[in-house]
Design a protein around this ligand. Sequence first.
Ligand code: FEO
Length: 405
Amino acid sequence: MPGIYKAVKVTDKVWWVGVIDRSLKEFHGYRTPRGTTYNAYLVMADRITLIDTVKKPHFSEMMERISSVVDPSKIDYIISNHAEMDHSGCLIEAMEAIKPEKVFASTVGASVLRDELHGIGEITPVKDGETLSLGNMNATFIESRMLHWPDSMMTYLDSEKLLFSQDAFGMHLGTYKKFDDEIPWDMLEWEAKTYYANIILPYSDFVLKFFDKLGGLNLDIKTIAPDHGPIWRSRIPQILELYKKMAAQKFCERAIVVYDTMWHSTEMMAKAICEGLDSQGIETMLYPLESSHRTFIATELIEAGALIVGSSTLNRNMLPRVADILTYLKGLSPRNLIGASFGSYGWSGEAADQIAKMLGEMKVNLVTDPLKVKHVPKSEDLKKCYELGALLGEKLREGCKLPQQ
Ligand code: FEO
């Protein structure tokens, strides 16, 4: 009896045979309310080829989708573009079921797969720029190191003008809609930004270098097929432009104020800082950590030029949620930011200094010393907070050459 899981045609010779994982709500600390997809692709060339696999628990679903097009034992090759386990977790099972003639990965990928999937069979390493004949078409391997891991590579299929881009240009969006033109741009843009901010951001220099490399290759690309989310066929210039913009991180018209508070004093300071930023015409996002998740703060931060962080002092430390967001953001290595720290305290007041230290380690350019207030802010304290916001706003305006108010 035929199964319920079917392949979806991408081009004349390429089928989507992946998985929609709607139940995934978090990916390594990154919230994914819309779930995700693990995209695998079947190339029906003379030499039938499977591009990437899926997360281990979804192996049988992938095989069923493959079987809706071809008997899996007819597959000649598997190409593993990326060794992270959401794309390689069932590779051993796939190799056992399919018995392909060869499995290809980048040189680093072959080594990572051996480290991750103990007992895996032979993997044939391929070099950057190497071309594999699939009979009636060619697959060219393009190393894309650090997009997202050191092993990452892309595969370009000449006859289909299709780039299999693994994590790059992907998003966590678990929908049956397979193509970019079936989904509103606003949703694509938000999910692509969220994915970039939470996954790719630390490797922005590699993204910029990859664009130089891609430009030099002068490929005719009509379709980009990533390993997560929809396939790009109508908005390729838009997603490439968005990536270039996010990688450059030269946004500065916005500010992000993040805080946690015990008895609302640090909250009062945060609001006064926002007023000061407002006075300079700076769009400001305020994130109380009690009700804000790190995923979305990171997403907003990639379009900001200032990061201002506050915490009450609790037992000679910043509050735990502030330590969480700073640890997370530090790992993402955002760039080109100015900032400041602030907080109220009762008797020792270490939090604002600790925040300033971490912001410094993140290479945030601090415009002033930590701003501290003892217990509840008086009106002169709130004025200082307002002035800090206004100073940050002026510096952003100066840096961005925004029009005078
Ligand atoms: Fe979707 Fe880096 O794995």
